[in-house]
Every structure is written in C-alpha cells, then in structure tokens.
Design a protein around this ligand. Structure first.
Ligand code: S3P
Length: 443
C-alpha cells in the first residue's frame, strides 16, 4: 500500500468554481460499516462506501480475519460476517497503510479475541502514538509488543474472555472510544467508556443499529457509554452519507475564490462532525443548508456555498472535537480573512497523519502567509480576500489533508503552488482532483 514514487503536482489559481458535486462516502462510517458487517452473522450490504486506501486497508484486514467482502459491479459492497467471537487468526501482518482509524479500532477488535495480530503501516502511521489504546486494552487483558514509544509495528495478543472495564478517556478521541467498544463486543458483561468531551458518535449509532445492547447516558463526568458484550450482531443494509470532512475543502474553496458558487450534495451533518460549518459561518461564509433529511440513521443535507468576505475569529474551543480533521483547511480560510484567526486547544493536531500545526505553519508560511505556531494551535493573519503570494513547493508529509488544504489555498494564489507529492490524497479522497477539474479549476 506504500506509495513508491512521489507524484508532484502544481496547482494554479482558479478563474471561478461553479457546479454541483457529490463527495465520497464518510471515512469514519465506511470503516465502521465494514468492521461491524464483518462481525455480524449473515449478509450485510453497504452502499456509498468510501473506496479510499484507508478503508481498503480495513477491508483487507477483515478479509484476513475470515470475513467475505466483495464489491459488486454496481458499487455495492456485500459482506458475509463471521460473527462476534468468530474472527480468525490472520496469517500475515495486517498492513494498515496510512490509516490510524483502521489500526486503533482493529487493535480493539483483536484484543478480545483469541488471536494474535501484527500491525504494520507506512512511515506516517509508524510515528503515531498507540499507547492511548494499548493502555485500556491492556486493562482488559490483551498483551502488546510494541515498538518503543507505543508505535507500529506492534503485535496484539488478544484474550478471550477479556475483562470488562470502566474507562474514562484521558484524551478526546473517537478512535480510543471505539477501540474499547469494539473490544467490549466480545467481552462478557458490561464495558463502559466515559467521555468527558464528546467526540464523533458513529460507533455508538452503528453498534445500536446492528442490534448491540448499548446505552448512552449523560452524567456530570460526561457521556457514559456502556456495551453489553457477547451479543449477536444482525446484518444491515447501510447507506454511507458523504463525508463532511471532504466537503470542507469545497466549503473553503467556495468561500475564498471570487465568483464561486458550489453545491455539494448528500453531506453528512452529524452534529459531532459539523464544527467547520459553524466556524466558517462565524467568519462570514455564505453557506446554505438545503433539503435536510436522514439517511441510514445519520442526518444529511445538501450545502450551497458562495464566495464571501471572511473575517478572522477566535475558534471556540468547544468546536475542536467536531472539526478536529478540518483545522488544516480552516487555516487556509483564515489566510484569506480580514484579521488574525486564533485557534487554541488543538494539540491533538500534532499527532495526526503529520504534525498538522507545524505542517500548515510551514506550508502557508512558505506561501507568504503570516502564521504563529503555538504548542496547541496557531494564529493566521489573512489577506482580507486578496490572493496569497503562493509560489512555493509544499511538503505534504504523507498527509492527505495537508495536500488537499494547500491545493485549495492555491486556487487563490498569485503564483502556482506545487505539492511535492499529491499521492496521499488517495487515502481519503481518490477523486479529489477530478472534482476540482469538474468545478472548472485545472490543477
Ligand atoms: C476518527 C477519529 C478522529 C479523526 C480521524 C477519524 C474516527 O481521530 O481524526 O480522522 O473515525 O474515529 P481521533 O479519535 O484520534 O481524534
């Protein structure tokens, strides 16, 4: 899954961006739909699955553990699951590529089964911290042999029966929460995760949809999420909504390119994911929500965005978890606003596919934008809507969101911006550049 040759790409300013586009399926929901279908008994069908490299890594891993997963010619994925308790010993190491979500959630799944699995990944994933899942999963009885610093490659020796735990998340992370809930699926009794700061709730929604006994109760310490283990999951037909994190690139592009008018259809509007829309609206973005509806248990809408002058904001810290993946592109929006935008309380950005604070400060800085890095965020001073200077070559650092964010920045730059490697885009948004072309911008 590693990319052998870098794919440099130069992006020029766009004359105008106009049209109606759809974004690919939600990455978080796609991973979970494959994992839970693979743990159900019988045939599940998934429509709108994101066919990006990260999700394909999850599919390969679930196949390696015995699930039958087939993509039909009509694009529907059909999965015959092995049942909770049924995953088989994988014969070779599980290659997670660039995907932290695949790694952390599958570490949880393996932890409570009597199998041993080795996880490997690319250079970016191999730098990311896994201690945050090793800690609670060790309390449940799983054993780990990790690379120093709690990193990949690592081996998980699962245990059955595992020990149910009650665990308060020390870091706001849907991946850690989901790893524990997945481990809890094959653990006798009740496994509880307490979440002081709410994060994306796709695991809870989908586990309940598959028939798991799961309760979510508010409490003074936060959301108390309890799963009763060793239940049977019933197969489902799932329709995956469009990914709001992918839509975010077009929301910013539409806001910063003069004359832009873009409609994005079928965007997931789960409130644990829509922080970027709130932040952009606070900045003055012209975003309208059309035809709000529910698809497969998730709220969905079409979004229309038109060019508008943006003003700097202080990003409200309470929005952080619901826009954690959107900071790189928010920094791009800030580069075109009037005034200095300040984001704080986002230290998690340092342990994503790259250190996204330094990566974006360096990238925007090289393009002539004034940025000040903080340990937990950044200040970006905007041009007031004028083009940024541009003209730099950007290190994308195996990080899809750095590559896409800087592509958007290039759409209103005086001189073209070159990505040293555009290949990482394929992890979450393989048709990103096709869509850019469809909107009238030639990359
Ligand atoms: C994800 C959770 C987030 C997010 C990632 C996907 C998920 O990570 O950044 O892209 O699907 O659970 P953390 O849980 O580490 O914040």
């Amino acid at each position: 899954m590693a990319h052998t040759l870098p794919q440099p790409r130069t992006v020029r300013a766009a004359a105008a961006l106009r049209g109606t586009i759809a974004v690919p399926g939600d990455k978080s929901i796609s991973h979970r739909s494959l994992m839970l279908s693979a743990l159900a008994v019988g045939e599940s069908r998934v429509e709108g699955l994101l066919e990006g490299e990260d999700v394909l890594a999850t599919a390969a891993a679930m196949r390696a553990m015995g699930a039958d997963i087939v993509r039909q010619d009509d694009g529907v994925w059909v999965i015959h699951g092995v049942g909770v308790g049924g995953p088989l010993q994988p014969e070779t190491a599980l290659d997670m590529g660039n995907s932290g979500t695949s790694t952390r959630l599958l570490m949880g799944l393996v932890a409570s089964h009597p199998i041993t699995a080795t996880f490997i990944g690319d250079a970016s994933l191999s730098k990311r911290p896994m201690g945050r899942v090793i800690e609670p999963l060790s309390q449940m009885g799983a054993e780990f042999q990790d690379t120093p610093g709690g990193r990949l490659p690592l081996m998980v020796r699962g245990i059955s029966p595992a020990v149910p735990i009650r665990y308060t998340l020390p870091v706001a992370s849907a991946q850690v929460k989901s790893a524990i809930l997945l481990a809890g699926l094959n653990t006798p009794g009740e496994t509880t995760v307490i979440e002081p700061i709410a994060t994306r709730d796709h695991s809870e929604r989908m586990l309940a949809g598959f028939g798991a006994e799961l309760t979510v109760t508010p409490s003074p310490e936060g959301k108390v999420i309890t799963i009763r283990g060793q239940a049977e999951l019933k197969p489902q037909n799932i329709v995956v909504p469009g990914d709001p994190s992918s839509a975010a690139f077009w929301l910013v592009a539409g806001s910063i390119v003069p004359g832009a008018d873009v409609t994005i259809t079928n965007v997931g509007m789960n409130p644990t994911r829509t922080g970027i829309i709130e932040a952009l609206k606070m900045m003055g973005a012209d975003i309208t929500e059309l035809d709000a509806r529910t698809v497969g248990g998730e709220p969905v809408a079409d979004l229309r965005v038109r060019h508008a002058p943006l003003s700097a904001i202080e990003v409200p810290p309470e929005l952080t978890p619901s826009m954690i993946d959107e900071y790189p592109v928010l920094f791009v929006a800030a580069a075109f606003a009037t005034g200095t935008t300040i984001a704080r309380g986002a230290e998690e950005l340092r342990v994503k596919e790259s250190d996204r604070i330094t990566a974006m400060a360096d990238a925007l800085g090289a393009c002539g934008v004034r940025c000040e890095e903080f340990e937990d965020g950044m200040a970006v001073t905007g041009t007031g809507g004028e083009p940024i200077p541009g003209g730099a070559t950007i290190a994308t650092l195996l990080d899809h969101r750095i590559a896409m964010s800087m592509t958007i920045a290039a759409l209103n730059a005086r001189d073209p911006i070159t990505l040293d490697d555009a290949a990482p885009v394929a992890t979450s948004y393989p048709i990103f550049f096709d869509t850019l072309e469809k909107l009238g911008a030639m990359a």
